[in-house]
Design a protein around this ligand. Structure first.
Ligand SMILES: Cc1cc2nc3c(=O)[nH]c(=O)nc-3n(C[C@H](O)[C@H](O)[C@H](O)COP(=O)(O)OP(=O)(O)OC[C@H]3O[C@@H](n4cnc5c(N)ncnc54)[C@H](O)[C@@H]3O)c2cc1C
Length: 377
């Protein structure tokens, strides 16, 4: 088999590369190789509406099956790429197939990081990344009486909120090495033991402590990798004709003062996918997008624009008591990020002021009577 463009990973980024290539009138052949059996689907609902049983799987598919047929995107699903031969321009799958490419796009995301402790992968300890993970978590939670969620990041908090609303007894632990010692149990997880010896009983332990980028075949092929595959502003790796995007791509980010980071968000996967698709059709558009994130927990909509790392000032805008407010982060007087809670207007306008590198005083930013965009004038 040979394709002009082979995309490894049928997730958010991989799907968007194919969509954007066809939107850009790319007429070459395209194949997407995906380890999972499903056509590309949205991952965020796995810890939200899908997990809560409020949305059927069909409703979280990124495109209906006929979309891919009509646009002649060949889906090679249930196949894992195990090696890349950059000189021969081929990849090999776990089933022993060799597939040739003109351009290769690596969009493999990552695998959930599990607890690196004895018994950290016992039955009853569950990571969350795929539909299969969410289904397993849903099934186990139906009979579980006590659930421990490890990791106070978005995914852990969202899962905890869903379970709590469903009336489950949930204990959430913020994952820090010095807190957690080991999961206790024989045969199946029965609880979590903390460093002070406390044991929290559990029938189900949900682990949400980030991902390990899925880049082994590229590392073996000689790609420059650090925390993920390193890419330039056009999402090119150090290997010829191989791009990388999304959660697995480590890039210098303009909104982190050029620091090399990986972003784990749908928006980043889509933005980098667009950069690659445009690059392949000869319309280079370097990556320069303001990072943004969202999360839904209970009745709260959390939205973040920009990256707050390194801020030296945080200004509260609004009143947390009325459950609608923002925190504006500044560095050396410049607005670099906002966290907005049930404050959609601040979020939308916040993206504009971060993009513009607005300088404003704490008094100006705290004044809810003045829309943020007016500070730009
Ligand atoms: C539960 C959950 C909730 C989330 N909520 C949010 C949210 O609210 N907002 C937000 O912005 N982001 C959220 N995210 C993050 C977001 O889903 C990711 O940032 C996004 O999916 C990244 O896209 P990607 O294309 O890089 O990787 P993915 O979408 O993970 O796709 C990668 C695909 O590649 C496949 N793959 C891996 N290795 C191979 C291989 N060797 N061969 C073939 N296929 C392979 C994987 O199986 C996977 O299907 C959430 C993630 C999870 C898991």
């Amino acid at each position: 088999m040979q394709f002009d463009v082979v995309i490894v990973g049928a997730g958010h980024g991989g799907a968007q590369v194919a969509v954007m290539l066809r939107t850009q009138k790319f007429e070459g052949s395209i194949a997407i190789i995906g380890e999972e059996l499903e056509l590309p689907y949205e991952r965020p609902p796995l810890s939200k509406e899908y997990f809560a049983g409020e949305k059927e799987f069909e409703r979280i598919q990124l495109r209906p099956a006929r979309y891919w047929d009509e646009r002649e995107v060949t889906m090679l699903l249930g196949k894992r790429v195990v090696s890349v031969d950059p000189a021969a321009h081929t990849v090999a799958t776990d089933g022993g197939e060799t597939i040739g490419y003109g351009k290769l796009v690596w969009a493999t995301g990552g695998h959930p990081r599990m607890l690196s402790i004895p018994d950290g992968s016992l039955p009853g300890v569950q990571g969350v990344r795929t539909r299969a993970d969410a289904d397993a978590m849903k099934a186990a939670s139906e009979t579980a009486r006590q659930i421990v969620v490890i990791g106070g990041g978005y995914i852990g908090l969202e899962a905890a909120a869903v379970l709590n609303k469903a009336g489950k007894k949930v204990v959430l632990l913020e994952a820090q090495d010095r807190v957690l010692a080991r999961v206790a149990g024989e045969g199946r997880a029965t609880g979590v033991r903390l460093s002070d010896g406390t044991v929290i009983p559990a029938n189900l332990v949900i682990v949400g402590i980030g991902i390990v980028p899925a880049v082994e075949p590229l590392v073996a092929a000689g790609a420059d990798c650090a925390n993920g595959v390193r890419v330039d502003r056009l999402c090119k790796t150090s290997l010829p004709d191989i791009y990388a995007i999304g959660d697995c791509a480590s890039h210098a980010n303009d909104f982190a003062e050029g620091a090399e980071i990986r972003l784990e968000s749908v928006q980043n996967a889509n933005d980098q996918a667009n950069v690659v698709a445009k690059g392949i059709v000869g319309d280079d558009a370097p990556y320069h997008a303001i990072p943004w994130f969202w999360s839904n927990q209970y009745d709260l909509k959390l939205q973040t624009a920009g990256l707050s790392t390194g801020h030296d000032q945080a200004v509260l805008r609004g009143d947390p008591a009325v459950r609608s407010f923002s925190v504006v982060y500044l560095k050396a007087g410049k607005v670099i990020a906002l966290d907005c809670v049930n404050a959609a207007k601040d979020y939308v306008q916040g993206r504009m002021i971060v993009a513009a590198g607005l300088r404003a005083t704490a008094e100006q930013l705290a004044d809810t009577g003045t829309p943020l965009k007016e500070l730009l004038i």
